[in-house]
Design a protein around this ligand. Structure first.
Ligand code: NAG
Ligand code: NAG
Ligand code: NAG
Ligand code: NAG
Ligand code: NAG
Ligand code: NAG
Ligand code: NAG
Ligand code: NAG
Ligand code: NAG
Length: 710
């Protein structure tokens, strides 16, 4: 324990000093395994690239995936269709208060299906250990043939160390992901290398968009005739070997850097290459690097540099960003498991969810949801980065709003005929094109998200540069929010919808009007957008003021808030409306109190959700959302219970288990957990003291470098 005086003095001089022994807290939860999992890998990665390992530290027995934020391919076009048919896809039009609006769904047959399935995220390959007999023959080895297996991930450095014995000889494999390239560094140490009995294989699967849920494994290893690979051994330079992989019109390169190797194609398996060290020494190191066609080999790190970059970057991450310790010194037995979830989630979010584009639900582990990148989920995937002070990581993808602005202006105004503004897509490809689907195109709760990201960035950096950077996005976001609200001239009230889908996607779109959560979110959005213009010194558009001032009131039914206006009065007892995401608890919890919110009614509504909702049907971020509601309502012990609910599970390596509805992993659950923990630990606008969302008794909550929640 450091004496309290020293850090206080340091802090007074403006030097950052950590009171929490962060390394001890992180290392306490380093995951270890002695057998491969059938469902989740142990991972090394950097946010844009991740390598899923089995218990050998490679993919010897389990073909876990190697995924990236840049590795995409298109399937060939449907029979008889051309790229023009794809480009010219137009969905159907539905009426919005009498005006036909053109949406990206329906009517497209095979073209629509193609657009849903493409592009698809490619599993870049597989790397495994190769066992040979003393005579040099390949041996069929299974995990059962190994003894003394022990594997550990050191989260402080990002290094995976895997140890075991084979036929009495020890083998150690160290694995780490480089941090600025899509490369994995591998170091193998074993007496088997000296006798030429150990090597590595590379393999490459076929990928396409035919499987909706590609979990736990990605790609098809049998369709060997559908794709091609070829080997090149450069005569000079650092690259020892290069394999190009062609799938339809996409080409990917795999390069080897490091110790000298002998590479051979395995004639039997077509895309499998065997790699053996050229020298008979007891240790062998290589980097395996993945890029797209046209990538540069100059930046590929040596294996030593790959390890060094992992150590340096993870050290920085743990040392320089926000930190929470609820475990050390807490008497409550729930503290240990909560801290485990926090630390493992912090690791996995940086591996899987810190890329240049909004992440998918299953991160870079597998393609659990048909390559979806759901922009409405971006809040749960990524808002926690703002609270944990990881601006470098958040900015990689939050720039998506300026990148997608032109397309979203086009969607709103040209395609759908709104007078102004940008309508953000719900599910996109890397270019921002909206994927077909009714729900995809009628959901609206993704619309105010960029305002939240802008607001947090300004809170952290209150400069004119930040105001300017977000200006157009803020303005066009609010413009469309104002456009979408429809004036009922009889009542003088601006209504949201129909048609639209609510958060829980389970009401009939043509009759859904004035949903509670979306109305509150619209109000919060207008508040942020109006303040933004004031700070910039620009006039607030009069239409915003008019809409914000006359927006429909939150729907109420018999003393509680209702899902939407006009929903049947007994909706609390109707399973049709009391399953899926319980967004009603978000009115005061996920969202801060918005204008006109009755806090007492919000609390009664939340309590009604606890007793009337089908909690068995909830998953992922629902539980942190329930926790935030309990915390803001002062029911702190229940908030902890929600975070540790038996249906909200994190496996031995911290993977968020999908639960009843979705495949594993489901990372919005991890992002929401970290958002809720930051809120409960550091507090929200108007809260006081440390740990306002934690029970006063039995908990010792310490935070460093976190931001406050709205
Ligand atoms: C392997 O790990 C499991 C679960 O942690 C444990 O129960 C078991 O004893 C371990 N086996 C060996 C051989 O270490
Ligand atoms: C897939 O095809 C679409 C439509 O032709 C195109 O815009 C996109 O760039 C292609 N993506 C890839 C990864 O080939
Ligand atoms: C909604 O209304 C449109 C007409 O605007 C109609 O074509 C569509 O079938 C309706 N959808 C549902 C789900 O009722
Ligand atoms: C390495 O060991 C193998 C097996 O003992 C042997 O066949 C081979 O010649 C050795 N290679 C070198 C370069 O010493
Ligand atoms: C590949 O073939 C094996 C054995 O024939 C089979 O068990 C497996 O399901 C196939 N995999 C795929 C993805 O088709
Ligand atoms: C492989 O290609 C053939 C011919 O194009 C096609 O019929 C088949 O469906 C493809 N197989 C897979 C698994 O995509
Ligand atoms: C306008 O509001 C009134 C009162 O709620 C309602 O009866 C009427 O149907 C609304 N008009 C339209 C076109 O929705
Ligand atoms: C209204 O709420 C009260 C108290 O929660 C309940 O007893 C009553 O049955 C509800 N009435 C209707 C019509 O649902
Ligand atoms: C609650 O949800 C679970 C999981 O989806 C489902 O199996 C069950 O039937 C639902 N119960 C009710 C009462 O709808």
């Amino acid at each position: 324990m450091i004496p309290a005086l020293v850090p206080l003095l340091l802090l007074a001089c403006g030097t950052r000093a950590s009171l929490i022994d962060r390394r001890a807290v992180v290392s306490r939860f380093n995951p270890s395994r002695n057998a491969s999992s059938n469902t989740t890998p142990i991972q090394a990665g950097n946010g844009n690239f991740a390598f899923g390992a089995d218990v050998t530290g490679l993919q010897t027995f389990q073909p876990f995936a190697i995924l990236s934020s840049w590795g995409w391919k298109n399937d060939s076009f449907p029979p008889g269709k051309t790229s023009e048919d794809i480009e010219n896809y137009k969905g159907t039009s539905w009426l919005n208060h009498g005006r036909p609006v053109q949406y990206d769904f329906g009517g497209g047959g095979t073209v629509e299906q193609w657009l849903i399935a493409n592009p698809n995220r490619v599993n870049l390959g597989r790397i495994g250990l190769l066992f040979l007999s003393a005579e040099g023959q390949l041996q069929a080895v299974s995990e059962q043939d190994l003894t003394g297996i022990h594997q550990q991930l050191d989260m402080w450095t990002g290094l995976i160390t895997s140890q075991f014995s084979y036929e009495g000889f020890s083998v150690t494999v160290e694995t780490a992901a480089a941090q600025t390239t899509s490369s994995v560094g591998i170091k193998i140490t074993s007496p088997l290398l000296k006798s030429g009995r150990l090597g590595v294989f590379l393999d490459f699967p076929w990928n396409d968009g035919s499987a909706k849920f590609s979990a736990p494994f990605v790609g098809n290893w049998n369709a060997t005739a559908n794709h091609t690979t070829s080997l090149r051994i450069p005569e000079s330079g650092r690259v020892r070997a290069e394999i190009s992989h062609t799938l339809d019109t996409s080409l990917f390169l795999t390069s080897l850097v490091g110790d000298e190797v002998m590479v051979k194609r395995d004639a039997l398996t077509n895309h499998r290459y065997t790699i053996r060290p050229k020298r008979n020494v007891s240790s062998f190191s290589i980097t395996v690097d993945y890029t797209k066609e046209g990538g540069s080999s100059l930046e590929i790190p040596s294996p030593q540099d790959a390890f060094a970059s992992s150590i340096r970057t993870w050290n920085n991450y743990w040392t320089k960003s926000g930190f929470v310790d609820v475990d050390s010194g807490s008497a409550d037995p729930r503290a240990r498991e909560l801290q485990r979830r926090i630390v493992l989630s912090r690791y996995l979010m940086r591996v899987n969810e810190a890329g240049d584009t909004p992440p998918q639900e299953s991160g870079l582990v597998n393609n659990g949801w048909v390559c979806a990148r759901c922009v409405q989920m971006y809040f749960w995937h990524s808002a926690h980065w703002a609270l944990w002070n990881n601006w470098d990581l958040l900015r990689r993808s939050s720039s998506v709003y300026s990148r997608f602005l032109a397309g979203s202006l086009q969607r709103a105004q040209v395609q759908q005929g709104w007078g102004s503004g940008a309508r953000w897509p719900k599910m996109t490809d890397p270019s921002g094109r909206s994927a077909p689907g009714q729900i995809n195109n009628l959901l609206i709760w993704q619309q105010p998200h960029p305002l939240i990201f802008a607001q947090y960035e300004y809170q952290a950096f209150p400069t004119s540069e930040i105001l300017d950077k977000w200006r157009d996005v803020v303005r066009e976001t609010a413009n469309w929010m104002a456009e979408f609200a429809w004036l009922n001239s009889t009542t003088g009230v601006y209504d949201l919808g129909p048609p639209m889908y609510v958060v829980s996607e389970d009401t009939s779109p043509n009759i859904t009007q004035n949903p509670a959560l979306e109305l509150a979110y619209w109000r919060l959005g207008f508040t942020i957008a109006r303040n933004w213009m004031t700070r910039l010194g620009e006039d607030i558009p009069t239409h915003w003021n008019e809409v914000a001032g006359n927006l429909a009131k939150l729907p109420i039914d018999n003393g509680t808030y209702a899902v939407y206006e006009g929903i049947e009065s007994n909706f609390w007892t109707d399973p049709e409306f009391t399953s899926d995401h319980p967004a009603l608890v978000g009115l005061h919890g996920w969202l801060p109190p918005t204008e006109g919110l009755d806090l007492n009614m919000a609390r009664v509504t939340a309590e009604k959700v606890w007793t009337s909702w089908n909690i068995t049907d909830c998953w992922g971020w629902d539980f942190p959302m329930l926790a935030m509601s309990a915390a803001r309502n002062g029911d702190t012990s229940r908030a902890i219970d929600w975070l540790l609910h038996p249906l909200f599970v994190f496996d031995d390596v911290g993977m968020p288990v999908g639960g009843v509805r979705v495949p594993t992993p489901y990372f919005p659950g991890s992002g929401a957990l970290l958002y809720a923990v930051a809120m409960m630990a550091e507090g929200w606008d108007g809260s006081t003291g440390v740990g306002p969302g934690f029970p006063k008794e039995g908990w010792n909550v310490r935070t460093e470098g976190l931001g406050k929640t709205l």
